[in-house]
Design a protein around this ligand. Structure first.
Ligand code: GLC
Length: 478
């Protein structure tokens, strides 16, 4: 071993200042960012011991032998409990749609939430970016009643709207429309060690995470506000970056006869409009937890040609690999090989994996390596700081929080770095400085600052992605 954990840790701690300076520079030079398409309200409930047992008892729900049978959608309360138990058992959060409004009504009458927060990749990232000081964050909100508008930051956020036939962008509290219905997602947070004992079942969460049950007719049909579309078509010149997501909520088909394909093709048209107005715009697609393999395959087929970077976590990576049918399931395939396979198959210029221990980017030679490294590290720092407070923060707040509550540089990440340098026969210290070169990709692996008990787990991935996106180069400077 030619690199100790101490040396590895010190390398990253020393790089904090540079990553922050880089982020400051990027933020100052950014003219505008788009975040689309999913914005919603997260009604968050932190699970306390006994909560699930009480709910089941109160509603005489018993869990039979079919507990392990997966359901695609939540159409009865029992499915909600199934989803919750699965997430708790594996420690891996996921999301399911509620197909019947009665279930959503049942939840709102039977469960007292702790707080109401901004939800959806577009909504959460918009707040993170605005708090970082970006002046023009254009966000898509399929529905913007006042309760939704109030969840946005006061400064920096702009919502395209129309009055007297004029299309313009206004701060959320001027753009809201009380005719709109709120899109509510029920988020159940659980901590590592959270235990449920129910009808002979015993589950204990190996990690902290969350289960989301969403009743969201607009975002689940990937509704795109025509005013937003019209406004952004012209304004794209003044926008340097865009984050797109929300495809995970799509359904196979809709009552009007349309299918997910129609919705994805429409979204592609919108993104292509931005790109044709402004080729320099860096577009990042965040996969999120998608359960339907056919929809996921169509999303990547249609959108990966237009985007500049693609992001996902380790659970989502496995889903993608499986959906693309790239690997013989009986074989053990390393994480890195899965990433290379995906990057090659989808012809990606930049693939970003974020896990709770590390983040890794695979880029093609023309994407600046130093910039990618700082972008990943800044994203990691920002997400780590959020694990301590549960909130968005400015760069100086982030530095203060990380100084007051230092979190360890992930040991797992160090182990991963060493394994990779051994496997690829690249000197560990050299790889730290220059990244790994493998199969035509530059690979940069950056640690997370570990916090096994985050205040909130929802939004951490989006915070990482926002920090990363702020610091990527512009698309044409590749
Ligand atoms: C998904 C969920 C949303 C949540 C977000 C967090 O978009 O639908 O409720 O806020 O993930 O990343």
């Amino acid at each position: 071993m030619n690199l100790t954990y101490g040396e590895y840790r010190d390398y990253w701690i020393n790089l904090m200042k540079e990553a922050v300076q880089h982020a400051h520079q990027c933020i100052r030079s950014l003219k505008g960012i788009i975040t689309a398409f999913n914005t919603n309200i997260d009604a968050v409930k932190t699970l306390r011991e006994g909560d699930i047992e009480r709910l089941a008892a109160k509603n005489a729900i018993s869990l039979g032998d079919d507990i392990e049978i997966e359901v695609e959608e939540i159409s009865e309360v029992k499915h909600l409990l199934k989803g919750l138990l699965k997430a708790i058992k594996t420690g891996n959060g996921f999301e399911q749609s509620i197909s019947k409004p009665e279930v959503s009504t049942w939840i709102s009458t039977n469960i007292k939430v702790d707080e109401v927060r901004m939800g959806g990749q577009a909504g959460i990232s918009a707040n993170v970016l605005a708090t970082l000081g970006i002046e023009n964050v254009y966000v898509h909100a399929a529905s913007i009643p006042r309760v939704q508008a109030e969840l946005f930051k006061e400064h920096g956020i702009l919502i395209p709207c129309k009055k007297d036939d004029v299309v313009f962008a206004a701060p959320p509290l001027e753009a809201y429309n009380n005719q709109h219905e709120p899109m509510i997602h029920w988020v159940f947070e659980f901590h590592e060690g959270y235990t449920v004992r129910l009808n002979g079942f015993y589950v204990r969460a190996p990690k902290s995470d969350r289960f989301i049950a969403s009743y969201d007719p607009l975002n689940s049909s990937l509704h795109i506000d025509p005013i937003f579309r019209e406004f952004m078509r012209d304004k794209a010149v003044g926008v340097d970056k865009a984050l797109i997501s929300g495809f995970q909520l799509l359904k196979p088909r809709y009552p009007d006869g349309s299918t997910f394909k129609d919705k994805i093709l429409r979204a592609r048209e919108v993104v292509e409009e931005w790109k044709s107005t402004n080729q320099n715009m860096w577009i990042h697609l965040e996969q999120a937890y998608m359960t339907n393999a056919e929809i996921l395959r169509f999303v990547v087929k249609e959108l990966t040609k237009t985007i500049d970077s693609y992001g996902l976590n380790e659970v989502e990576l496995n889903i993608l690999v499986k959906a693309m049918d790239l690997i013989d399931e009986a074989k053990e395939v390393s994480l890195m090989d899965k990433l290379i396979l995906i990057a090659k198959t989808l012809k990606l210029r930049c693939l970003v994996l974020h896990t709770r221990d590390f983040a890794v980017a695979l880029t093609k030679g023309d994407v600046d390596l130093e910039c990618t490294k700082k972008a990943l590290w800044f994203g990691s720092m920002l997400a780590a700081a959020r694990t301590l407070t549960g909130c968005e923060m400015t760069i100086s707040e982030m530095m203060k929080v990380l100084k007051e509550h230092p979190l360890p540089v992930s040991l797992e990440s160090y182990k991963h770095h060493m394994q990779l340098s051994n496997a690829l026969s690249i000197e560990a210290l050299k790889a730290l400085r220059e990244g790994f070169e493998h199969q035509g990709y530059n690979i940069v692996l950056v640690p997370a600052l570990s916090n096994p008990k985050p205040v909130r787990s929802v939004g951490l991935g989006d915070t990482f992605t926002s920090g990363f996106l702020v610091c990527t180069p512009l698309a044409n400077s590749r």
